[in-house]
Design a protein around this ligand. Structure first.
Ligand SMILES: CC(C)(COP(=O)(O)OP(=O)(O)OC[C@H]1O[C@@H](n2cnc3c(N)ncnc32)[C@H](O)[C@@H]1OP(=O)(O)O)[C@@H](O)C(=O)NCCC(=O)NCCSC(=O)C[C@@](O)(CC(=O)O)C(=O)O
Ligand SMILES: [Mg+2]
Length: 297
């Protein structure tokens, strides 16, 4: 399991932002060549991102580049340059069909071959940002072995729906459900969309709590200020950790008595609950939560 709670956007044309973006501690940084970059800065941004990836060691931070679509004059050139810079992941914007993913994959593979990079090194992520993309979410999620996840792009999606984004996210309920289900059915990661109001910390926290409860793995974010809130919300609480440890202890005892089910504090414990307990402890371990198995048992 890899943590993908936070994917921090950094506009590709801004050298100060892109060279430092990894220092804030997000799980991934996403250098943007698409909508954060104006048309007359597309070439500059591509070159800057290429050099930053080639020259800066970003340690364990996952590196992602959002390229322009193949329906623009920039998409092919982005792939040519960016594959050679070897980010971990290329994010495809505005994905509408499985064919969109496969078209990109074909170009990425050709570039890997030409550059002598092992085939399959460059992973892909598809952003879904339109009603047709949402309806095709499962086909998109299954389109390539390279796909590590799909992400909702709700600013574009809301515009395409002919509505606006609300703080409650009512207009996103269908899309979030579709993207999440598609990702889970395909066995890949599900990322939620950006929250654009940097001054509304409480609204942001509520949205993060909502998407965590829905089952998302994390969120695209636009500012280092949003990282701590997401990591805090996603970290299992002390109570959850202790409960998970007690579940595992209880099921171990049940198994000794050759039973697959047992009650703990009056609640039934069976396999799905045990699986969730393992996941809680793994998340706690990976996000730095401390726990003592002996004490909890
Ligand atoms: C919003 C703002 C201008 C505010 O800047 P400000 O400077 O006022 O912010 P401050 O808080 O004062 O910054 C304090 C310190 O942090 C540094 N710092 C700030 N942000 C940083 C950052 N991102 N990376 C590294 N460093 C950063 C800053 O340099 C300063 O450093 P220092 O001077 O040293 O103290 C800035 O954040 C920013 O540009 N964000 C990214 C915006 C962006 O990429 N949008 C496109 C992607 S969305 C999209 O396309 C829609 C979508 O496709 C999306 C989907 O996929 O969901 C869909 O359809 O929905
Ligand atoms: Mg977008």
């Amino acid at each position: 399991m890899k943590l993908r709670r936070t994917m921090l956007y950094a506009p590709g044309h801004n050298p100060a932002l892109i060279k430092d973006a990894y220092i804030y501690g997000s799980d991934a940084v996403m250098f943007d060549l698409e909508d954060a970059v104006s048309l007359h800065e597309k070439d500059t941004a591509r070159l800057l991102v290429y050099h930053v990836l080639k020259t800066i060691d970003m340690g364990t931070t996952e590196t992602v580049v959002r390229i322009n679509g193949l329906d623009t004059p920039y998409g092919r050139e982005d792939i040519r340059a960016i594959v050679r810079a070897q980010p971990n992941v290329i994010r495809i914007p505005k994905t509408e069909t499985a064919q969109d993913v496969q078209d990109i994959e074909e170009l990425v593979e050709a570039e890997e071959r030409a550059a002598g990079i092992p085939i399959g090194t460059t992973k892909l992520m598809a952003a879904i940002e339109s009603p047709i993309g949402v309806l095709q979410a499962y086909q998109i999620a299954k389109a390539s072995e390279r796909l590590i996840g799909i992400a909702l792009g709700a600013e574009d999606y809301a515009t395409n729906l002919k509505t606006t984004r609300s703080k409650e996210g009512t207009e996103l309920m269908f899309a979030r459900g579709m993207v999440l289900n598609a990702a889970r059915a395909a066995g890949i990661y599900a990322l939620d969309t950006v929250f654009s109001d940097l001054n509304d910390e409480e609204g942001f926290r509520r949205e993060v709590q909502l998407i965590k409860q829905l089952g998302f793995d994390g969120k695209s974010i636009i500012s280092p200020r949003q990282i701590a809130i997401v990591h805090e919300v996603f970290a299992p609480t002390e109570q959850e950790i202790i409960y998970a440890q007690r579940v595992l202890y209880a099921i171990e005892e049940a198994e000794k008595r050759k039973s697959g089910v047992i009650a703990l504090d009056g609640r039934m414990i069976d396999k799905p609950i045990v699986d969730r307990a393992y996941r809680t402890l793994e998340l706690a371990r990976m996000s730095g939560g401390l726990f003592d198995e002996e004490e909890a048992a």
